[in-house]
Design a protein around this ligand. Sequence first.
Ligand SMILES: *[C@@H]1O[C@H](CO)[C@@H](O)[C@H](O)[C@H]1NC(C)=O
Ligand SMILES: *[C@@H]1O[C@H](CO)[C@@H](O)[C@H](O)[C@H]1NC(C)=O
Ligand SMILES: *[C@@H]1O[C@H](CO)[C@@H](O)[C@H](O)[C@H]1NC(C)=O
Length: 195
Amino acid sequence: MRSLLSLLALLSATTLAAAVPAPSSTIKAASSTTASGGSSSVSGPGTTLQSGYLWIRAVEAPNFHKYLQTKPEYSPGTAILDSYTTAGQFQIVSGQLVQLIGGGGLLYANVEQNTTAAVKLAVSFNETKNIYGTFIFSGDAVTWSTPDIKRPNLSAWLVCANQQLFINLGNYDYMTPAGCADETIHYYNDKTAVS
Ligand SMILES: *[C@@H]1O[C@H](CO)[C@@H](O)[C@H](O)[C@H]1NC(C)=O
Ligand SMILES: *[C@@H]1O[C@H](CO)[C@@H](O)[C@H](O)[C@H]1NC(C)=O
Ligand SMILES: *[C@@H]1O[C@H](CO)[C@@H](O)[C@H](O)[C@H]1NC(C)=O
């Protein structure tokens, strides 16, 4: 309380004029952006990282600094890795990989269930929570695990046709499925996504 009062005193006494530009730039940074290219426009959280959220990106060729996002952007759909200019904003909360979309809405990464010896599992974002397995950060790496599959490397992912992201149930960089590239994906918490 004392610091608030002294801040107010400071503002009214000397720096009111200097403080005026701050609110408008704050509002600009927090406002939504509109995705272009589609017939309907979808709003997202913008190109400045919102408090409590993270970028997620791959660090290996050929997807070096390609960022996690959905297709279509900010909407329920397939998880892909693509340009930093359309990067989504994420957090892992209670085992759920959550994407922030426009208006404070959330999407959840849903993992395809397949008990018949698949080598990879698709991931899509949905308005409903994931019911299969658990996401967790290991250091800065995104991992996924489930008690019913023994994965040799919980950080192993694949990026296949159309930049689609999959959980790699095999070893990293070993018997890579045709048309796919091995990747690990990591959070990045600088204000803006970069290539
Ligand atoms: C979202 O969940 C519903 C209900 O499980 C499912 O029918 C639908 O295919 C899911 N959509 C995506 C994009 O995963
Ligand atoms: C499960 O995975 C196997 C092997 O990849 C595939 O052939 C099969 O179509 C998948 N089943 C479902 C229901 O997705
Ligand atoms: C999984 O693979 C990545 C990429 O090679 C490696 O950095 C990481 O140490 C591996 N993790 C384990 C548990 O083997």
